[in-house]
Design a protein around this ligand. Sequence first.
Ligand code: BMA
Length: 339
Amino acid sequence: MSQIKLICPALHNIPWQDKPSGCSAPMWRHNDNPIINRNPLPEVARIFNSAVMPYNDGFIGVFRGEQRNGIPHIYLGRSSDGLNWTFDSDKIPFTDPEGQPFMPRYAYDPRLVKVDDTYYIIWCQDFYGASIGIAETKDFSSFTRRENPFLPYNRNAVLFPRRINGNFVMLSRPCDNGHTAFGDIFLSESPDMTFWGRHRHVMGPSDNWWENLKIGGGAAPIETNVGWLLFYHGVVNTCNGYVYSVGAAILDLDEPSRVLHRCADYVLAPEEWYEERGFVPNVCFPCATLQDSDSGRIALYYGCADSYVGVACTTIDEIYDYILSHDQLSDSDREIGMR
Ligand code: BMA
């Protein structure tokens, strides 16, 4: 019996694949990958970098849909098994608090996180430059946008699934207005989801080459009895462009700006055709997980080559052991992140 516990509800219908025999990697891909293929809707050429969660007896998700004009927006999808998805043909109809239509000019890389009784969608949008948008819903039929939490430029934000010490907590990655060649993960707190502050540095790129250019948040952190398990993305620049891989770290439960353990090696990197070949090749971009407290199973949803969605599986025991056996922290990882 595992000593590491996932602090979450049971999810017996989690999409799952047993570890293939002979597999030495800490995560393995689902046989149905890619679970979302090209041209999923008449107006949408590609769905990728998307987030899902359990809902009623099945699953619901917010999906980055790249329209045929190249502009991304967010689409709602539903599934009974987490693998086969149907999508609303129209974009999610965001409104302002008065109920008037209030659509972002573009919207990409959505995350979906439930805190208390509210579902929050967090994404990247135009705020006189790329920045973070937030909307909330309780029923997935009306979606009310909230104040933008951060100044531009920032295009990667991930909310923790519960308040910590009474406050909402969000990871984000400040950047520039291009294909930013730098980037650390920071954390910000809010008592009310409107005013954000108490900013802390969490972690930056490491000396390990797969993540030596920039890093950014991935899936919403997963609570365990030994810390928050964070899947994030790490980027290396090559003579053929950026390569995005998935990293894993454990953050302190009460002070998540402190990194307790950080895996020196990536846990998933582009190697299948749908990760290496696509609109932007060589991208594994994690955005969400599902997890089952009873079995310790974790299913990671990740964007593949800016063209598809994939699912990779692990268990809390497998991934935790792997992180600890490849543990490498820098001084700034250990710090509380305030200077
Ligand atoms: C990042 C984001 C992601 C994308 C990745 C690779 O900057 O824009 O949406 O998957 O680049 O193109």
